[in-house]
Design a protein around this ligand. Structure first.
Ligand code: GLN
Length: 192
């Protein structure tokens, strides 16, 4: 399996390291032609405005949109999740708009800009997942075929799936728990 990791800006090296631990071929993607022949794509965390602008400059936006609509499995984490969404408060760049979710950016106040909490994610099994949140967005609403997979105690959505598209408000690449990436690979392989 060949998984591309969008390497315009942000935490792409960590995703590549996790994919290599899971023994899949992981390729950094900076140019549109590097999207050819992939079995999946990861859009990392970072700054969604910068990643979105770089994607436009390098003509990745239209191509990734087309591939997503054609069924390419994509995992977006944090800023990557923001870019997958259709509705976002306060983003001045065009998102991909392929997931039917509504996002609120930087949804936590200054005191809780970054925090770690155990998440219950039923699709990963009973053991809680270490959720690392860094200036994180939340999912306010999922519509259509999009489904929320995990919530914080206050009800905010923090992970969602729509067919082969997967999104997380937290950073699974910053933990040693490989289950979230494994779940994405299972989706990509058609096992889940
Ligand atoms: N606050 C960032 C944004 O909306 C996301 C932060 C992150 O990816 N860690 O772009």
């Amino acid at each position: 399996m060949r998984i591309g990791v969008l390497a315009s800006q942000g935490a792409f090296a960590e995703h590549i390291a996790i994919l290599r631990q899971l023994e899949v071929e992981a390729l950094p993607v900076r140019l549109a032609r590097e999207l050819a022949g992939l079995d999946g794509l990861i859009i990392p965390g970072g700054e969604s405005t910068s990643i979105g602008r770089l994607m436009l400059t390098y003509q990745l936006t239209a191509e990734v949109k087309k591939l997503a609509r054609g069924g390419l499995p994509i995992l977006g984490t944090c800023a990557g999740m923001v870019l997958l969404a259709s509705r976002i408060s306060d983003l001045d760049v065009e998102p991909l708009g392929v997931m039917d979710i509504t996002i609120s950016r930087n949804a936590f106040g200054r005191q809780r800009e970054s925090f770690e909490t155990e998440l219950s994610i039923p699709v990963l099994g009973e053991k809680p997942f270490p959720g690392v949140f860094i200036r994180a967005p939340i999912i306010k609403e999922a519509n259509g075929r999009a489904e929320i997979l995990a919530r914080l105690a206050d009800g905010s959505g923090v992970a969602a799936r729509q067919d082969k598209l997967l999104a997380a408000a937290f950073h699974p690449e910053l933990t040693s728990d490989l289950r979230f990436h494994q779940y994405f690979l299972d989706i990509a392989a058609g096992r889940k």
